[in-house]
Design a protein around this ligand. Structure first.
Ligand SMILES: *Cc1c(COP(=O)(O)O)cnc(C)c1O
Length: 400
């Protein structure tokens, strides 16, 4: 039996272990200087000021925070592509707003401006888009549409950690951006996320919302900090009790810690190398799978766009997707499809009909792509995909 080739896989090693050891030895594992350093490094990576970013314990938490900061609730509609992760649908529904799903482009699985525009109403308060597979999509145009309509734009950039349009980082086009560092993403802190908030006043509130809504002592200090102890200096100077606090909102605890942040800083320093390798793999798939009958490859990236290459997908023209996926699985090559269409999830109560997304969801298969794949792994995937597609599409169909 050939060794398993995973769809996704983290690349955590000695440098991350050494960083964790150092945190253990410091006797401070909670949120502190290493988290502040991770936030600063991530903000530099995005090209924004560090006062605009807050590290969280997951991207899901950041999504819930975004809804809270935007003050969304009953009577509000929030638009999102039906190809989205369930965390976003839940965050919208949990605050009492109504999720409204839009269609996507069949080849890129990203919404077009027209897809978003088609479902805007006078009740729409926000749009949450996803950069499918890491591709920016029409983010710049959708940001413009949202500005014109006075609607907030939140970018779920969980898959787009290194994606840009004309040099500008995905996640910074709208009012807020969200990233994930969970076990299956490119930058992995095991669990974790990041929230970018453009508006300075809302950005200053983000750390408060991330930490139980606790109001920090009025210190006038610049820059966010959710450290339980951040009020010490100021409180001592004003001779008050530093253990006192007030509650500004009934928020959850969404903060991360210095162990995970230390891992994140190392991972972020390796991001360019990760994405370079993923780009090579995508190119190898583009070349190795070109011209296979019945198989469509992702369209070329528009000029000025870069992608994190989080996913690589192929699309089947002849209804054999599920059978090929099973054949590959039996040959120890794992594949999958993301994301099951949200408008089909009963709990959201949608009766939308979104034909292009529905067609894409029947045809699309994600192939393994991660920075630890060897050239031999990539060749094996190409050979097996070609074999399985030929067997299922051609003469072998009669015996299948
Ligand atoms: C993983 C993921 C999330 C949620 O991230 P967590 O850190 O696991 O909460 C949100 N959106 C997308 C598109 C994701 O893939």
């Amino acid at each position: 039996m050939d060794p398993v080739i995973n769809v996704v896989q983290p690349a955590l090693g000695e440098r991350e272990l050494a960083a964790v050891r150092e945190v253990f030895e410091s006797n401070w594992v909670g949120r502190g200087a290493r988290t502040t350093a991770f936030e600063a490094a991530f903000a530099r990576h995005l090209g924004v000021g560090s006062e605009h970013v807050t590290a969280t314990n997951s991207c899901t938490s950041a999504t819930f925070m975004a809804m809270e900061l935007l003050g969304l609730g009953p009577g509000d509609e929030v638009v999102l592509p039906t190809v989205s992760f369930v965390a976003v649908g839940n965050a919208i529904a949990a605050c009492g707003a109504r999720p409204v799903f839009c269609d996507v482009d069949e080849a890129t699985l990203n919404p077009t401006v027209a897809d978003v525009e088609a479902v805007l109403t006078e009740r729409t308060r926000a749009v949450v888009i996803l950069h499918y597979g890491g591709r920016p999509g029409a983010v710049a145009e959708i940001a413009e549409l949202c500005r014109d309509r006075g609607v907030h734009l939140v970018e779920d950039a969980a898959l787009a950690v290194a994606s840009t349009v004309d040099g500008r980082a995905c996640g910074t086009f709208g009012d807020m951006g969200l990233w994930s560092f969970d076990h299956a993403k490119i930058v992995v802190t095991v669990d974790g996320g990041m929230l970018y908030v453009r508006d300075p006043e809302l950005a200053a509130r983000a750390p408060e919302v991330a930490y139980l809504g606790l109001k920090r002592p009025a210190s006038g200090s610049s820059g966010p900090s959710t450290s339980f102890h951040s009020g010490y200096d100021q409180a001592l100077r004003s001779n008050s009790r530093w253990w006192d606090y007030d509650v500004a909102s009934f928020s959850r605890r969404s903060t991360t810690n210095d162990v995970l942040s230390a891992i994140g800083t190392v991972q972020l320093s390796r991001l360019e190398e990760f994405v370079d390798r993923r780009r090579e793999i995508a190119r190898a798939y583009d070349e190795g799978l070109a011209g296979v009958a019945g198989l469509r490859l992702p369209p070329p990236l528009p000029v000025g766009h870069t992608t994190s290459h989080f996913m690589y997908w192929v699309q089947f023209e002849n209804g054999v997707r599920d059978r090929v996926a099973r054949d590959l699985y039996e040959r120890s090559i794992y594949t999958t499809f993301r994301y099951p269409l949200m408008h089909r999830v009963g709990a959201y109560g949608s009766n939308a009909v979104l034909p292009r997304a529905e067609a894409a969801a029947e045809r699309t298969l994600l192939l393994p792509i991660h920075q630890s794949l060897s050239d031999a792994d990539v060749d094996r995937v190409i050979t097996e995909v070609r074999d399985c597609v030929a067997a299922r599409s051609g003469g072998a169909r009669a015996t299948a």
